[in-house]
Design a protein around this ligand. Structure first.
Ligand code: XMP
Ligand code: MG
Length: 199
């Protein structure tokens, strides 16, 4: 995606440079390793029910679920999946208020739930979702997040669930690509880029 790097991205009145953080091959490889680890942990539970948080997690979820099914064929044959659409971001900042655009189709009661999230920023979105899912009394609950911004975490870590699988920890910068957007754009780039002001 040399063109994005060259041209940069206009964010409101600010022109920002886009720096590649993770290329497509690097993302695929990390997701494969993550899937091996998760498949190992779920083998003894015997099943997994994924809850994908739309829209940002679309590509990560697809890649992770296919890799899970490849890592463990029995898990792949019994795996079930649902989606929930939440929104908390406007532009490049979290509003702190989590809106539900569309809900789950099935209750997670009694299921071994794996929440699939694109990024943990302040953690507010995930803490709201985790509380809501735990109220339905799943058999277990874990989270897989492709990215996490540890410096921006603003909720107690316990609120994010006991088990959190993370692809990569990153700095506080705003990122785009591989599902992550700026105002609806850049979701379908196969790499992830960090945006920085050009001074
Ligand atoms: P919180 O702060 O609730 O944010 O953890 C989580 C949700 O906000 C979105 N988000 C981002 N989207 N680039 C994006 O394109 C980012 O750097 C970013 N940080 C947070 C994302 O939807 C996530 O689920
Ligand atoms: Mg999201």
């Amino acid at each position: 995606m040399a063109s994005i790097l060259e041209a940069g991205v206009q964010v409101g009145d600010t022109h920002m440079a886009a720096r590649e953080l993770f290329g497509s091959a690097q993302l695929q490889e990390r997701i494969r390793v993550l899937a091996d680890e998760i498949a190992g942990d779920y083998a003894e539970r015997g099943s997994v029910h994924t809850v994908t948080v739309l829209n940002g997690s679309l590509h990560f979820s697809s890649a992770l679920r296919l890799a899970l099914a490849e890592a463990n064929a029995d898990l792949g044959a019994t795996m079930t999946s649902d989606t929930i659409h939440l929104a908390s971001y406007h532009g490049t900042g979290s509003t702190g208020e989590v809106k539900k655009i569309s809900d789950l189709t099935h209750s997670v009661e009694g299921k071994h739930v794996l929440v699939i999230e694109d990024i943990i920023d302040t953690g507010k979105t995930l803490s709201v979702l985790v509380a809501e899912l735990l109220a339905q009394r799943p058999a277990s609950l874990a989270v897989a997040a492709l990215l996490r911004k540890p410096e921006k975490l603003a909720v107690p870590a316990e609120e994010l669930g006991k088990t959190v699988y993370v692809g990569f920890d990153i700095g506080p910068e705003f990122v785009i690509g591989y599902g992550l957007d700026y105002d609806g754009l850049y979701r379908d780039l196969s790499a992830i880029y960090a945006l920085a002001s050009v001074s």
